[in-house]
Design a protein around this ligand. Structure first.
Ligand SMILES: Nc1nc2c(ncn2[C@@H]2O[C@H](COP(=O)(O)OP(=O)(O)OP(=O)(O)O)[C@@H](O)[C@H]2O)c(=O)[nH]1
Ligand SMILES: [Zn+2]
Length: 370
């Protein structure tokens, strides 16, 4: 069993010992890949932190500072990734295929995806039974999870301080029936927080998202049996700026791993049409029955979505949030399309210039008679 102080020493730069791949959430999905590749397990590590020029890997050799090969950069690797490493050089060789990958739109005007975490089985979307409860934000997290292939569980904390905690359960049901479960708990009560253990255990990785102060640390401490984050990670973004995002990896006391993902208030969604369609599958289905294929569901005649709203079968607020999410996703995807078109145009111009240059060189060679 890995002791907390073992991992803490990674922060002082000393190598930690006695970590087995099983402690790190290893599962047959990854073991099979290794076998196919003919690679031995001693070359495997799990990414605990990603910085611009180095990553931290955890494995049988402890915590190791890893270097990217020329073919990979920081943006290609995510916390939670399994990689194979050259033990002589500590250079990452390959990233194993992922079971899931959480990503968001990277900050900045240019449309880029920022990998948040990989190989997560369950996303605990945490919100408290007070003014933090916000359907639009919860939906964004659900879309993120569904699009990534991660099972969302809604954790409603501070049930003990709410006047009518049950009303939050009802509101959660109105948001979605896609939650694997909705838990109404007092995070400070051990017996209640233990309900989250159903999703943890050997071979499992769970992650927490939610605003500051909703009880993520309280729950993570309960699952890890520690009072303090085990491996705090300050993540630099790809430009090397220090972001406020500090993703961290923790060992769950019953096996498996817990990833904390704070600082996700600005969750820019990007390329998540699949997740939106899944969360709003009832509206998506209705929209196929609209008279016009490009119906915007605002005032068009023969709009099935508007008809359902008028009949009282669909909540106006929910349709409104669906429209906004789709508009945002489409806008972001269009931006990417534009970026690609521009890149293609530049390449075309470059090639044309090169060809003209070569023709010119050819002509001058002819003239000089060579
Ligand atoms: N009464 C009550 N207090 C809670 C509950 N969950 C968390 N708290 C308290 O709320 C405060 C914030 O909890 P944290 O666990 O630090 O919240 P967090 O989500 O980790 O916040 P950040 O670290 O800022 O991201 C602490 O004082 C907790 O004791 C709950 O279910 N009931
Ligand atoms: Zn319509």
């Amino acid at each position: 069993m890995l002791a907390r102080q073992d991992l803490l020493s990674s922060q002082t730069g000393e190598r930690v010992t006695h970590i087995s791949l099983n402690d790190l959430g290893w599962s047959p999905f990854f073991a099979d890949q290794l076998e196919t590749m003919g690679v031995t397990p001693d070359r495997v590590m799990r990414i605990a932190a990603v910085q611009r020029s180095k990553a931290t890997g955890l494995g049988p050799r402890g915590a190791v500072r890893l270097t990217y090969p020329p073919t990979l950069s920081a943006g290609d690797v995510a916390v939670g990734d399994w990689v194979t490493v050259n033990p002589d050089t500590d250079v990452i060789e390959t990233i194993l295929d992922r079971t899931s990958k959480l990503a968001r739109r990277a900050a900045g005007i240019e449309a880029r995806t920022q990998l948040l975490a990989a190989n997560i089985d369950t996303l605990f979307i945490t919100t408290s039974c007070n003014e933090d409860f916000n359907p639009a934000r919860i939906e964004r997290y659900v879309v993120l999870a569904l699009d990534a292939g991660v099972s969302p569980v809604l954790v409603l904390t501070k049930a003990d301080t709410a006047e009518d905690p049950q009303s939050y359960l009802q509101q959660a049901r109105d948001i979605s029936d896609k939650f694997d479960a909705v838990l109404l708990i007092n995070a400070k009560d051990k017996e209640q927080s233990d309900r989250l253990r159903r999703w943890c255990g050997p071979g499992k990785t769970v992650a927490f998202v939610g605003s500051s102060g909703v009880g993520k640390s309280t729950l993570i401490n309960a699952l890890t049996g520690s009072e303090q984050a085990t491996a705090d990670i300050r993540a630099d973004d790809a430009k090397g700026r220090h972001t406020t995002t500090a993703r961290s990896l923790h060992f769950a006391s019953g096996g498996g791993m817990v990833i904390d993902m704070p600082g996700m208030r600005e969750l820019g969604l990007h390329d998540v049409a699949g997740g939106i369609d899944e969360l709003f599958d009832d509206i998506t289905e209705l929209a196929t029955q609209c008279k016009f294929r490009d119906c915007a569901h605002v005032s068009e005649p023969g709009c099935a979505v508007l008809a359902a709203m008028e009949a009282g079968d669909l909540s106006e607020d929910r349709v409104d949030r669906w429209r906004k999410l789709r508009a945002e996703d489409q806008l972001n995807s269009e931006t990417i399309g534009q970026t690609r078109r521009r890149a293609r145009e530049i390449t075309r111009q470059h090639k044309a210039q090169l060809a003209a240059h070569q023709r010119f060189k050819g002509k001058s060679r002819d003239k000089s008679g060579k």
